[in-house]
Design a protein around this ligand. Structure first.
Ligand SMILES: [Zn+2]
Length: 258
């Protein structure tokens, strides 16, 4: 019979708040012992517990904030906090710079990508990209990867990623906005929902032949995507925007943009 290996050292871990969603039930919301040998980096120990490093905002070992390169010691008592704007910005030891709100959504998050674009955020979304392609583009363009697949976020080269906890696009939108503190950075009607291109004002006269009769009659202000040429006007998206904001529980934002 194969002898069970006994690991010589142990540290105590506790994961806070939404990080518990990644743990097996018996380890959620409580301290547990983690056995190890040698001097693993704390990052490796966290990932061995199935938490993608991108989800960690602050690590405290024996009362002292540490970064990912800290080596775990026998008897360490570690608490691991999730990424949140407030936590990440106030931590005395930064695990990474707070990111610019540039995103890349994986192929399952088309609706979230459109919602974020509707609010003016730059969101790459390409159904032809496989996981490797998403990671490569995220690194090259310094984008935050949005996904529900935690395996996608384990690659070492990834700095910024967000493993979404919710399934519904509106709840996902809320997660992204809260996590990256985006409420004050919304620019509705500034980006094309279809291709992520920038929208520019366009004279009604120059596009009038492309408008339906009623649109021609009732609307005067138009924008056009500089990339794909799609035309936008307030009537087409205003109602939808209000709906999205309400569903995402964002009430105190004036949806003003012409
Ligand atoms: Zn476009």
């Amino acid at each position: 019979m194969k002898k069970k290996t006994v690991l010589p050292f142990a540290a105590t871990f506790r994961f806070l708040d939404e990080l518990n969603d990644f743990l097996p039930k018996e380890r959620r919301g409580r301290e547990f012992s983690y056995a190890f040998r040698g001097k693993p980096s704390i990052k490796d120990a966290i990932e061995a517990n199935h938490i993608p490093h991108t989800e960690v905002g602050c690590i405290v070992a024996d009362g002292i904030p540490v970064d990912f390169s800290y080596h775990l010691l026998n008897g360490n008592r570690v608490s691991v906090h999730p990424v949140r704007a407030a936590v990440s910005r106030s931590s005395p030891v930064r695990l990474r710079a707070f990111p610019a709100p540039l995103f890349i959504a994986d192929v399952h998050l088309g609706k979230l990508a459109r919602y974020l674009r509707l609010l003016g955020f730059d969101v790459a979304y390409d159904q032809k990209l496989d996981d490797t392609g998403i990671v490569r583009r995220a690194v090259e363009e310094r984008r935050i990867i949005l996904t529900r697949d935690r395996r996608l976020l384990h690659a070492k080269v990834i700095i910024h990623g967000c493993c979404l906890h919710h399934q519904e696009p509106q709840a996902q939108l809320r997660e992204v906005i809260d996590r990256y503190d985006l409420k004050k950075r919304l620019h509705p009607f500034s980006r094309c929902l279809a291709c992520n291109g920038i929208l520019q004002r366009v004279a009604k006269g120059s596009i009038i032949r492309r408008l339906e009769p009623k649109t021609r009659l009732y609307y005067e202000k138009f924008k056009q995507c500089v990339v794909c040429g799609k035309i936008y006007w307030r009537g087409s998206h205003c109602e939808r925007l209000r709906e999205v904001l309400e569903l995402a529980d964002i009430h105190d934002v004036a949806a003003t943009s012409d």
